[in-house]
Design a protein around this ligand. Sequence first.
Ligand code: CTP
Length: 216
Amino acid sequence: MKILITAGPTREPLDPVRYLSNRSSGKMGYALASAATALGHEVTLISGPVLLTAPENALTHRVETAQEMFDAVGAAAKHQDIAIFAAAVADYRPKLIHDQKIKKHSNTLTLELERTPDILGSMRSTFQFTGYLVGFAAETENLIENALDKLHRKSCDLIIANDVSRRDAGFDSDENEVILCFPSGQTEPIPHQSKQTLAHDLVQRIVKLATEKIPS
Ligand code: CTP
């Protein structure tokens, strides 16, 4: 199958030396890409800036900003059977990118931010993706309620929810523990394990679910 995966954070520039970003390491997305290539799938990996090596057999596009990730996903989306959105896309970016380094003129500095494009939320509408659509929901409270809300808002087939307030799972950890959330409202907890073994399990489940949804 053709699988599109987004991974890592995005960086939203403020001036030539500064940016807004987040703590995503890209480990979960890269583990999914490795598992999917190892299982013989054709993987397109769209990655924000991370310190990881991309799997050899994946077609990898490196991007920096949410807008660049949006454009790269848009260019690849139509031809995919499955899309898995593991990237931690910045939700806001500085409205003004300064040409020169901002100097310390006063004691306080107010930044005006504007929304970035919602890439996952554009898949069904703007990019007309009809395949199996999987999002992640990184939450610090009301995990399942927020995940199901995201699933419906972004027309996903599955949301993989994880509690990022935990130290031993989620952002920048080598391990993760997730709950699968389906459109019916049904949920299924997946036990705590390494991101590698979890990724393998997730790809196998997603491929099976996608095959049931889109019979060849
Ligand atoms: N996502 C995306 N583009 C964005 C924001 C999020 O593609 N601009 C994707 C993420 O890759 C993830 C899913 O949407 O698969 C949910 O991301 P999250 O940040 O948890 O959700 P948001 O829609 O940004 O909602 P909020 O931050 O308000 O919880």
